[in-house]
Ligand binder design. Structure first.
Ligand code: NDP
Length: 699
């Protein structure tokens, strides 16, 4: 259901001399008045023309027929309410606040206005019969659900988020509809919002499964609102392990994005003209700068993400530098091909840059993701505008500085900051030719939908629930090591994690014994301590989501073999530390087995034979990664060939050398990062036919 208030029209006579757009708008206002007064049936084209004091031919000129006019009116109302929702969402600083923003906008006082409400009822009554109205209604409804789901997914497991989002949407519609049908006697805006607020609060309370010792710490500070602007102008980034404030970051809005795109467009032309070897030289210098600053960058990454310094110094910074170096080497060899078309012609292809491209990053590997996106983009001659996740905005700025020091022309790599709205400004910008996103499946769908308007190319690196299969002949200690790497590195906040660990029944007891012993010995602590192996989760919201899943696993009958509790001893109470959890006695239909948790939660499942485990491993909408441990190499290749996953490991897990393409199938994404494959995603082909003879024309 779509509803929106709209201002009353001006004098109809004014229509005649107005420019076209103003005329259209005013005819729409007249239509809404008409619907409110005489309803759908009474609102004919002739009657609307008469009210507007214009000829029916003029109305038909603009809108075709009555259905066209009503669809335009409906679309105007729907766009208006979407715009107001977006404005309120920008102001909201917490997931709960975002849910409230959607409720408050949809049930705002103006939505309970007699004129607006009656017009909406008239539209609503026709949605089933008029295809154009149905399209508008469906699109609006989808957006409302997606906004609700996106906010709720930060608070709840995804299935519960989906179902609560549907309930809230239905209640918003239901409360409003009852009020409208009672001619606004049954509820006003205030009581409707109070009802929805109480409902959401009680549902969230019921869904949360608090662990003992869980304390809620202060939520993020409210957005700074300056003057009349309702857009948050900055946000605070904190160390999730300590709560320490690291920086106040300015949010980039429409003006900043427009300026960044203009700078990038100008800079890209010159950058693309450089020979590949010259572009490569600059990337190579940037790689050297990152390596020389490993200690400093690793410390910053650890403070921004809560990950152990032993990881950020060994992996995050160096893998980013490797990536720059790899594409530095490839830059000079990016080429098309020559095609022999016989003695009288030949053809060739040119592999050309796309132009200005955007990168949007997730918070789990901020610097590495920025490198994985920018290095191939720049090597191919594109300019990139990169938006890091709001939770981890800092190291992308250091990458920008390293590029500048290495001699990258200004504007070729820029960093913009902000939340989803800043991301949307990039996906909506017509001059940006491609978006590469790392994020959740829902975000991937939104980015792809938004990119469609300007037919942007997309690379989507999305979520997963990957299988790790351990056969009875596997090297046990290696298999346990692989399962640990594939579940608890970066506190489990890794997209490709093999969180469904299928272990052959014959070795399950031995596997579990070694696994739990090694998990119990893991050191959880201050991420800046080089001995620490498990750091903090990224945020309180995320920790609550992980703990909720753990509670849910227990409630569904899985056995928690080890870990799973929040650690609050000493200074760790200031952060979001959760002991790595291993669940045994899991079933394929449990939420912890089906849904991406993105935290330190492993599910161990038993299997008996190869056919069975392949079918179970593939029984998911995701398809990011998969792993197999076995000493039977024939079986290893046979099984890998049948697993529906974009990235696979045999007798290892979660190693991602830059030479190997990385990406998913099914809902885990589109396109590939890394390797030569990424070059194809940052270039476009131009085909050239060259004639070597006279033109024979029949004319
Ligand atoms: P999100 O999808 O929430 O966010 C990813 C980025 O997209 C953020 O910068 C976010 O902004 C931005 N964003 C959110 N909504 C929109 C929108 N409508 N339009 C444009 N940009 C938008 O992911 P997380 O940051 O929470 O990361 C975790 C997810 O990422 C997990 O699902 C994980 O599996 C996946 N991931 C996938 C990887 C892969 O390679 N396949 C690797 C790493 C993670 P902000 O959050 O700042 O508001």
């Amino acid at each position: 259901m779509n509803r929106q208030s709209s201002p009353r029209r001006g004098a109809a006579q004014e229509l005649r001399d107005e420019p076209e757009e103003a005329r259209r708008r005013q005819l729409i206002e007249v239509t809404i008045d008409s619907l409110a007064e005489v309803g759908y049936v009474g609102s004919t084209l002739a009657q609307i023309a008469q009210r507007a004091d214009v000829s029916p031919g003029l109305v038909a000129h603009y809108f075709g027929d009555k259905d066209g006019l009503l669809e335009a009116a409906f679309r105007t109302l729907a766009r208006g309410i979407e715009q107001r929702v977006r404005e309120r969402l920008r102001l909201a600083r917490t997931p709960r606040g975002r849910v409230q923003a959607i409720i408050d906008t949809n049930l705002a006082p103006e939505e309970f206005d007699q004129r607006t409400g009656t017009a909406w009822l008239a539209f609503w009554g026709q949605v089933l019969h008029v295809q154009g109205l149905r399209r508008v209604q469906t699109a609006y409804q989808r957006r409302m659900l997606s906004n609700l789901r996106h906010a709720l997914k930060r608070l709840l497991p995804s299935e519960e988020a989906r179902s609560l989002a549907a309930m809230i949407a239905a209640m918003i519609d239901g409360v409003w509809l009852r009020a409208a049908l009672s001619r606004w006697q049954e509820a006003d805006s205030e009581s409707a919002r109070a009802l929805l607020t109480a409902f959401v609060d009680s549902r969230l309370k019921e869904c949360a499964v608090p662990e003992s010792g869980v304390e809620r710490v202060a939520a993020a500070p409210a957005a700074r609102v300056v003057g009349n602007s309702r857009r948050p102008t900055s946000f605070t980034t904190r160390n999730p392990a300590t709560g320490e404030v690291l920086a106040e970051i300015a949010v980039d809005g429409p003006a900043e994005i427009t300026a960044a795109v203009a700078r990038a467009s100008a800079a890209q032309i010159e950058w693309a003209r450089l020979p590949g070897v010259a572009r490569g030289r600059i990337l190579r210098r940037a790689a050297d700068i990152l390596r020389a600053r490993t200690a400093e960058l690793a410390q910053l990454e650890t403070r921004d993400t809560g990950k152990p310094i032993q990881e950020t110094s060994a992996v995050d910074v160096l893998s980013g530098a490797d990536c720059l170096e790899y594409y530095a080497g490839l830059a000079a060899s990016i080429a098309g091909e020559h095609l022999d078309l016989g003695p009288q012609a030949f053809g060739y292809t040119r592999r050309e840059p796309l132009g200005v491209v955007a990168g949007i990053g997730a918070w789990n590997y901020p610097l590495q993701i920025a490198c994985w996106k920018s290095a191939p983009a720049l090597a191919c001659g594109n300019a990139m505008i990169f938006k890091p996740a709001e939770l981890t905005p800092l190291t992308a700025l250091k990458l920008r500085d390293a590029f500048a020091e290495a001699g990258l022309p200004q504007g070729v790599f820029q960093v913009v900051q902000g939340m989803a709205d800043t991301g949307r400004l990039l996906t909506a910008h017509p001059a940006i030719r491609k978006v590469s996103l790392t994020g959740e499946v829902g975000t991937g769908k939104a980015v792809m939908a938004d990119s469609a308007a300007s037919l942007k190319q997309v690379t989507l690196e999305l979520g997963g629930k990957s299988p790790l299969i351990i056969f009875e002949d596997a090297h046990l200690e290696n298999a346990v090591g692989g399962a640990l790497l594939g579940n608890f590195y970066s506190a489990g906040e890794v997209c490709s994690n093999g969180t469904r660990v299928f272990v052959h029944r014959a070795i399950k007891a031995a596997f579990l014994e070694r696994l739990t012993a090694r998990v119990s010995a893991m050191r959880i602590g201050d991420p800046l301590d080089p001995a620490t192996q498990v750091g903090s989760l990224i945020s309180e919201d995320h920790m609550m989501k992980v703990l909720t899943y753990i509670g849910r696993g227990k409630a569904e009958g899985a056995r928690l073999a080890v870990g799973g509790q929040r650690i609050t001893s000493g200074d760790l109470a200031n952060g979001f530390f959760v002991a790595p959890a291993v669940f045994d006695q899991c079933h394929d239909d449990m939420a912890i087995v089906r849904e991406e948790i993105f935290g330190p939660v492993m599910s161990v499942l038993e299997f008996d034979d190869e056919e069975e485990v392949i079918a179970r491993a593939n029984a998911t909408d995701y398809g990011l990664a998969a792993g197999v441990f076995t000493n039977d190499l024939t079986r290893a290749h046979r099984v890998i060939a049948r697993l529906q996953a974009g990235t696979c490991w045999i007798n290892h897990y979660n190693v991602t050398p830059i030479e190997l393409p990385f990406g998913g199938v099914k809902l885990s994404g589109l396109g590939r990062e890394n390797g030569r494959a990424a070059i194809e995603h940052y270039t476009q082909l131009k085909s050239v036919y060259v004639a070597m003879s006279d033109v024979e024309s029949p004319y």
